[in-house]
Design a protein around this ligand. Structure first.
Ligand code: PBG
Length: 323
């Protein structure tokens, strides 16, 4: 038996050789930092279940944005936690709402920072569901109208892109139409197209105070067992005018990231969600994993699966490691 002439190890011998054949690139340019803005003055409060992540009042967020930009991150995804909530989530589409005011402050201080706003009602409704509840269910079409109002008020405030995360049917089309009518034809829609009813959102719901008071979100978010359905959602959103498609969470759904990319060829974002972040932080805090290596490996795997952009709570920290 002749020894194999192909030896895969030859090109693994030095860092330079490995660098020459590395297939996947991970850089701060691919990362989006999610941030939470809360009402009040001089507020900086750590989220218990998300070590390293704080909720900021507006001026503190503006200061934090300086750090994010200095680390090399060019885009943030903004979530608002309002002082008051009501049945119809009216704080979401209030021109003087928490997100609208934060966007104005951020864009004034950091015109070069790309501000993407989360468009959803769950942080603003008293019951914590992502829309208007009627007869124990979220009313799709009424909710879509409220989401479009929300998206427009974000665009008016200066948002660079809007990201509907509610999973209502038809919302991308209505948001696109109304943005265009109101003079915001240039504002892209980053659609959470394949958003699963996931257990990994737990820590976020603490941060955003958005846990549903009754029931769950399985009536509108995707069943974790389904991938074909995710592709249908992605194609529908594209047809309605989505500019970028999002898959969420990321690591348990890498197959979906890959399939959405291959079957649509559209720009794809993956959301490495709160629970994925907290698991890494918890294991690292216990000394069970090498945090830096595990995070870079995780983010690289999401890029390798086909994501163009990654939304991750690790963005700022990872950017400093990638320098
Ligand atoms: C809801 C929304 C959620 C997340 C982003 N937008 C939570 C949910 O559907 O309950 C989760 C993000 C995360 O876990 O990091 N609009």
């Amino acid at each position: 038996m002749p020894f194999p002439s192909t030896r895969m190890r030859r090109l693994r011998r030095t860092e330079t050789l490995r660098g020459l054949i590395r297939e996947t690139e991970l850089s701060p340019a691919h990362l989006i930092q999610p941030v939470f803005v809360v009402a009040g003055e001089e507020v900086r409060e750590e989220v218990g279940s998300m070590p390293g992540i704080e909720r900021f009042s507006i001026s503190e967020l503006v200061a934090e944005a300086t750090e994010i930009a200095t680390a090399g991150i060019g885009a943030i995804l903004l979530f608002g936690v309002p002082a008051d909530k009501d049945e119809s989530g009216s704080g979401a589409y209030d021109d003087e709402g928490i997100v609208q005011m934060a966007v104005r402050a951020l864009k004034e201080a950091h015109p070069e920072l790309t501000v993407i706003t989360d468009v959803c009602l769950c942080e603003y409704t008293s019951h914590g569901h992502c829309g208007f509840v009627r007869g124990g269910e979220v009313d799709n079409d009424l909710t879509v109208e409220l989401l479009a109002k929300t998206a427009i008020s974000h665009a008016e405030a200066g948002a660079d892109a809007v990201a509907p995360s509610d999973m209502m049917d038809g919302r991308v089309g209505v948001i696109r139409h109304q943005l265009d009518e109101e003079g915001h034809a240039g504002v892209p829609i980053v659609a959470y197209s394949a958003k699963y009813a996931s257990a990994f959102y737990g820590p976020f719901r603490e941060a955003a105070e958005s846990a549903p008071e009754f029931g769950d979100r399985r009536g509108y978010q995707l069943d974790p067992a389904n991938a074909e359905e995710a592709i249908r959602e992605a194609k529908l959103d594209l047809g309605e005018g989505a500019d970028m498609l999002m898959v969420k969470p990321a690591t348990p759904y890498l197959d979906v990231v890959r399939r959405v990319k291959e079957e649509t060829a559209a720009p794809v974002a993956a959301y490495h969600v709160s629970g994925e972040y907290s698991m890494l932080k918890a294991a690292a805090a216990n000394g069970w994993i090498d945090e830096r290596a595990a995070v870079i490996e995780t983010l690289t795997s999401i890029r390798r699966a086909g994501a163009d952009a990654i939304v991750t709570y690790y963005a700022k920290e990872a950017a400093s490691w990638l320098r």
